[in-house]
Ligand binder design. Structure first.
Ligand code: PCA
Length: 214
């Protein structure tokens, strides 16, 4: 089976995006019975959607795991839900939607179709701080998660979709000038972020294969 791991390019004030780095690192890797295709998306509503949907139709992945950077977040956040709202920007094409629906005919929200609680537990067992998050925001990360869930629903594809927010890398935090309460922002080594995403993919595959056996 094929697994998409998507990440993002840098945008705005962020000159480095760990999510895109992880997608690049995992591209071509084999995890269990799956081969990973890493996609690095631009932080552009229009272009990210086109690239993502074309890739889904071309490759019909069994799993799509989106990854994005959440600046100033303290740990890995496994997202529960994507909402039909665009309310953040500007993106890199200078588009700044306010309270716009992603699809006026789409449902208000979709739940992730990956085992979010099992992933969080597994990450913590491996010493990686992680929580379930009940909001992926209203910018590109929520958008990509919604677009993927909406597209596979419309096309009736048998594809699991989820999204994970990651913190700054340690090196990225060490480069920051601005301090928050006199400190640098929370961070995680890139290797640990990558390991966390691998574990999430393993859990999703594990659940699918377990389902198959019964
Ligand atoms: N994080 C942003 C968009 C791109 C990224 O990596 C977000 O959380 O929406």
């Amino acid at each position: 089976m094929e697994v998409f791991v998507t990440g993002f390019e840098p945008w705005g004030e962020e000159d480095y995006n760990p999510s895109g780095e992880v997608a690049k690192r995992l591209d071509g890797q084999v995890i269990g019975s799956a081969r990973v295709r890493g996609l690095v998306l631009p932080v552009s509503y229009k272009r990210a959607k086109e690239i993502l949907i074309n890739a889904i139709d071309a490759h019909r992945p069994r799993i799509i795991l989106g990854v994005g950077l959440a600046p100033n977040t303290t740990c890995i956040r496994v997202e529960r839900v994507a909402i039909n709202v665009m309310d953040g920007g500007p993106d890199v094409d200078d588009y700044k939607p306010v309270d716009e629906p992603i699809d006026p005919n789409g449902p208000a929200a979709y739940f992730a179709t990956i085992p979010i609680r099992r992933i969080v537990e597994k990450l913590k067992e491996n010493g990686i701080p992680a929580v379930i998050s009940n909001s992926a925001g209203t910018f590109l990360c929520n958008f990509v998660m919604y677009c993927a869930l909406h597209h596979v629903a419309l096309k009736n594809y048998d594809t699991r979709v989820g999204f994970i927010h990651v913190p700054y890398t340690s090196q990225q935090s060490a480069r920051k000038q601005k301090t928050f309460m006199g400190m640098l922002p929370p961070s995680m080594p890139l290797e640990l972020i990558e390991k966390g995403i691998r574990i999430a993919v393993e859990e999703i595959i594990g659940e699918l294969e377990h389902k198959h056996e019964h």
